[in-house]
Design a protein around this ligand. Sequence first.
Ligand SMILES: Nc1ncnc2c1ncn2[C@@H]1O[C@H](COP(=O)(O)OP(=O)(O)OP(=O)(O)O)[C@@H](O)[C@H]1O
Ligand SMILES: O=C(O)c1ccc[n+]([C@@H]2O[C@H](COP(=O)([O-])O)[C@@H](O)[C@H]2O)c1
Length: 209
Amino acid sequence: MTEGTIDRRYLVMPYCEPGMTVGLFGGSFNPPHEGHFLVASLAIQRLGLDQLWWLVTPGNPLKSGNGLAPLHERLALSEAFAHDPRIHVSALEKKLGTAYTARTIRHIVRRNTGVNFVWIMGADNLGDFHRWQEWRSIARTVPLAVIDRPGSTLTYLSSKAARALDKARVAEKNARALARMKPPAWTFIHGPRSHVSSTALRRGNGHQG
Ligand SMILES: Nc1ncnc2c1ncn2[C@@H]1O[C@H](COP(=O)(O)OP(=O)(O)OP(=O)(O)O)[C@@H](O)[C@H]1O
Ligand SMILES: O=C(O)c1ccc[n+]([C@@H]2O[C@H](COP(=O)([O-])O)[C@@H](O)[C@H]2O)c1
């Protein structure tokens, strides 16, 4: 897959202004599904976000690339799920030439002085977070919002990252202030849940998670 086949609008930094709150929702989206849209809408609503950037990764560094659909397909399918004008589907990581979240976030934060960014992930990712490159640096750079996911609800208590970041945990009732808090700061958000997963969809079984 070359950049040439990806629409230019996915490769430029979405426009935002100082003072705004912007959620960064990274994922493989292979394929995207209603669970992703549910996470995005819940984050927008509960964190009070002005925008949410749906960052389609060139490839999760911890996942095998086998069976990963081409980026342009994952972008087009994601667009079909982004039923909210505040959601911006993006292939910025392709443009930056990185799949590492720490580098992506550093770049975005440096280029957008005064914007309040928050990283958004499902609870299953909190379980693995300590295996991400420079995960402690990510947690020191932006606040984190972890959204509940069936099968991973207890991750926030048991995972290595959750334990290491225990003192930085913010009560869910203060979620609306999270994006403007000085990191490290994170919260766990409960709400309506979806059992759908991309794995199940790839296996032709969209509702069994
Ligand atoms: N049903 C869901 N509920 C909550 N979070 C979810 C759900 N599905 C995906 N997420 C979160 O969305 C982000 C992108 O997920 P991803 O594209 O890997 O989908 P997935 O369904 O987990 O895929 P796969 O089954 O291939 O691992 C991750 O932060 C993940 O935790
Ligand atoms: O930076 C890392 O080391 C790293 C390791 C694993 C996952 N991530 C990112 O986490 C996000 C969620 O990935 P996924 O595959 O669970 O959708 C996506 O943006 C990945 O690039 C990042």
